[in-house]
Design a protein around this ligand. Structure first.
Ligand code: ZN
Length: 225
């Protein structure tokens, strides 16, 4: 598998590239630093808990198509359910408010994780991954994580979806192992992504193909950090 295909989420999670961490597949190259971060947070009273890691192309495509067909709820920027727009381009941008472009999700890399503090979760609580949780039950966890990142003590992990960078909503819970993801993203090919869309049954296909350059400028390249 070449690095360009890695970017599109075409790796088999069962391959030797991945390790299973509590039911989530992560690229084995980040495991050592992940363990170090886990131990450091544990020392400081937190429990790093994964909520998502590797997601392949098919999974992201399924989310995309189900949102377009109304099988999955479409949410506006404030997080409220909204009607499916009739216009294909409007529908595409509505999905993009909360879902990544299939083939260009950072979760395809296996280096990016959605995390919370397991210790702060009330018994039986189902994590939603919302800004409200970050400012509520996970506030001190995220403050501490910010200190580690700012102080260069986070073993290569950093936040990616922060305010002022591209058009994706900020996601405090999403962290990436930058040294490994950079290595893969150097080989990302927008033309390769175009070819995949052309031969895939993907909702809003013509809007995606017509707007691919501007989509990349707003939703893909700002997060190649
Ligand atoms: Zn994420």
């Amino acid at each position: 598998m070449n690095f360009s295909e890695i970017c599109f989420g075409l790796r088999n999670p069962e391959s030797s590239d991945f390790v299973n961490v509590n039911g989530y597949f992560v690229d084995k190259e980040i495991l050592e630093d992940y363990d170090k971060l886990t131990k450091l947070l544990e020392r400081d009273g937190f429990r790093l808990q994964l909520e998502s890691a590797y997601r392949n192309f098919e999974r992201q495509l399924s989310i995309w198509n189900r949102k377009a067909s109304g099988q999955l709820k479409l949410l506006d920027a404030a997080g409220n359910p909204m009607e499916c727009p009739e216009d294909e381009e409007q529908l595409m941008y509505a999905i993009l408010t909360w879902s990544a472009l299939p083939g260009a999700s950072r979760h395809h890399l296996g280096t990016d994780l959605d995390v919370v503090d397991g210790k702060a979760c009330p018994e039986g609580y189902e994590v939603q991954l919302t800004p409200a949780e970050c400012d509520g039950m996970f506030l001190s966890f995220h403050q501490h994580l910010s200190e580690l990142i700012d102080g260069g003590e986070s073993f290569g992990f950093s936040r990616v979806f922060v305010p002022g960078r591209g058009k994706i909503q900020p996601e405090k819970w999403h962290i990436a192992h930058l040294p490994t993801s950079r290595k893969y993203l150097e080989n990302f090919s927008l033309e390769g992504l175009r070819r995949i869309y052309e031969k895939t049954e993907i909702a809003c296909k013509s809007a995606l193909l017509d707007n691919l350059e501007s989509l990349a400028r707003d939703y893909i390249y700002p997060y190649f950090i």
